[in-house]
Design a protein around this ligand. Structure first.
Ligand SMILES: N[C@@H](CCC(=O)N[C@@H](CS)C(=O)NCC(=O)O)C(=O)O
Length: 215
């Protein structure tokens, strides 16, 4: 059975949990606590699994995959239904671009290790760390909102009425933005997409509070 190294609050793992649920692929969650004891992602055992010390990693047929977007594309190729990418090349590139904007340009600035470095090494106050977090998330989502609106492609979801990898990236990012009290007034379309996605069972079952390691 597929094993997913996951942490309930990890937005990158959240993306993969949604894909597995949508595709109806059974999987076992192996919880890796990112805070306990300094972080289990740095433990010898997990570093052997994923030397990047990041969540998620997915183990299938004895192989370990990492990077959530690569994992999503792997799952889409291995379990094609329902497809997470549209069929025409332009729409595929667009869906990937939306997902990559979140995964490459928004999420990494606010990752745990970055926030920790700000506080522990650079002596930034908790208040300033939170301001950093909100600044990059609000700016990133405001810009992405403009992309999504001007593309004219959105419907119930980021690409019409088909769930794609774009939605799998949007939902966890909006989820975390709300948790950290970001102002999403300038991202109403993205917020609406996230709300409609969360009405789907596959998304709801993937959310942090539904995880076996939820606190
Ligand atoms: N680009 C990676 C990002 C993975 C990532 O940053 N995971 C976070 C949780 S969402 C993590 O493991 N953080 C641990 C840390 O910062 O020490 C992906 O998409 O898989």
């Amino acid at each position: 059975m597929i094993r997913l190294y996951s942490y309930f609050r990890s937005s990158a793992a959240f993306r993969v949990r949604i894909a597995l649920n949508l595709k109806g692929v059974p999987y076992e969650v192996v919880p890796i606590h990112l805070l306990k004891g300094g972080g289990e992602q740095f433990g010898e055992q997990y570093v052997r699994t994923n030397p990047l010390s990041l969540i998620p990693a997915l183990e299938d047929a004895g192989q370990v995959l990492f990077q959530s977007l690569a994992i999503l594309e792997y799952l889409d190729e291995r379990y094609p239904e329902p497809a997470l990418l549209p069929s025409d090349p332009l729409s595929r590139a667009y869906a990937r671009a939306v997902a990559l904007t979140i995964a490459c340009d928004i999420h990494p600035l606010n990752n745990l290790r970055v926030l920790r470095y700000l506080v522990r090494e650079l002596g930034v106050s908790d208040q300033d760390k939170d301001a950093w977090y909100r600044h990059w998330v609000e700016l990133g989502l405001e810009q992405l909102e403009r992309v999504v609106v001007s593309s004219g492609r959105s419907g119930r979801f980021a690409l019409g009425d088909q769930v794609t990898i774009a939605d799998l990236a949007i939902v966890p990012q909006i989820f975390n933005a709300r948790r950290f009290g970001c102002d999403l007034a300038k991202a109403p379309t993205l917020s609406g997409i996230a709300d409609r996605c969360m009405q789907l069972d596959a998304f709801a079952r993937a959310q942090p509070s539904a995880q076996p390691d939820a606190e």
